[in-house]
Design a protein around this ligand. Structure first.
Ligand code: ZN
Ligand code: FE
Length: 242
């Protein structure tokens, strides 16, 4: 139950995420934004194997590399049924299912909102979760398919996890998200947190992973008071110019 995570930037603003169960050496990729980049990283790390693809949702920057990686490695592909819209899948999973990665158990939570079939994966023992485009550092995914009420309910399930849970999201959107957060929240602590985000990005550093505790303190979507307030904030973010 020790999971190593390797994060690397790919495409425009996605993160590739390779995870390895240290007890068994079993390796998975969270989503498949770029098959060539994922294979290059596996080689560079010396991991030299890919056992599993774990998809969070069907969007091309998350499942677009499934077919090429399966052809190259013979890995098993696990994900929500909606992935079949664009890519191969070997095992369909849904809310409450468990996926074994060597000795690590990942539990699936359904988080409809960004897409209707979106799921996230969490290792409770490692206090880690891979949340795709549901929760971002200081943000959340756009509502392409689901309603504000659905996304609010999904975010509440993540917010119920322990504060120390590390959250790997699929994009580096944090600086833009921080500018929106500041438009709603001028607490000194918020200003300090946003300043740290801007400075990290100036230095070229990743702001992912974050934690549930940090997001509960500063994420304007988790700080909404109810589903209606959440929906209003999400609509405001969609048209936010800053
Ligand atoms: Zn997406
Ligand atoms: Fe995405």
């Amino acid at each position: 139950m020790t999971l190593s995570v390797h994060q690397f930037p790919c495409l425009n603003d996605n993160y590739g995420l390779l995870v390895r169960d240290e007890a068994s050496g079993v390796v998975a990729t969270i989503d498949t934004p770029d098959a060539d980049a994922i294979q290059a990283e596996l080689k560079r790390l010396g991991w030299n194997r890919l056992d599993l693809i774990l998809n969070t949702h069907w969007h091309p920057d998350h499942a677009g590399g499934n077919a090429a990686l399966k052809a190259a490695t013979g890995c098993e592909i696990v994900g929500p049924a909606e992935v079949l819209r664009i890519a191969p899948l070997d095992r369909t999973v849904s809310d409450g299912d468990q996926v074994s990665l060597g000795e690590t158990i990942l539990t699936v939570t359904a988080t409809p909102g960004h897409t209707l079939g979106h799921i996230v994966y969490r290792s409770e023992a490692d206090a880690m979760a891979f949340v795709g485009d549901t929760l971002f550092a200081l943000g959340c995914g756009r509502l392409f398919e689901g309603t504000a009420a659905q996304m609010w309910a999904s975010l509440q399930r993540l917010a119920a996890w322990p504060d120390e849970t590390r959250i790997w999201c699929a994009h580096e959107y944090t600086a833009a998200n921080a500018r929106f957060a500041l438009s709603l929240d001028d607490r000194p602590a918020m200003q300090a947190h946003a300043a740290a985000v801007f400075a990290a990005r100036e230095r070229g550093e990743a702001t992912v992973p974050t934690t549930i505790g940090v997001e509960k303190a500063f994420n304007p979507f988790l700080r909404a008071v109810d589903a209606d307030d959440f929906g209003a904030r999400r609509a405001a973010k969609d048209s936010f110019g800053g």
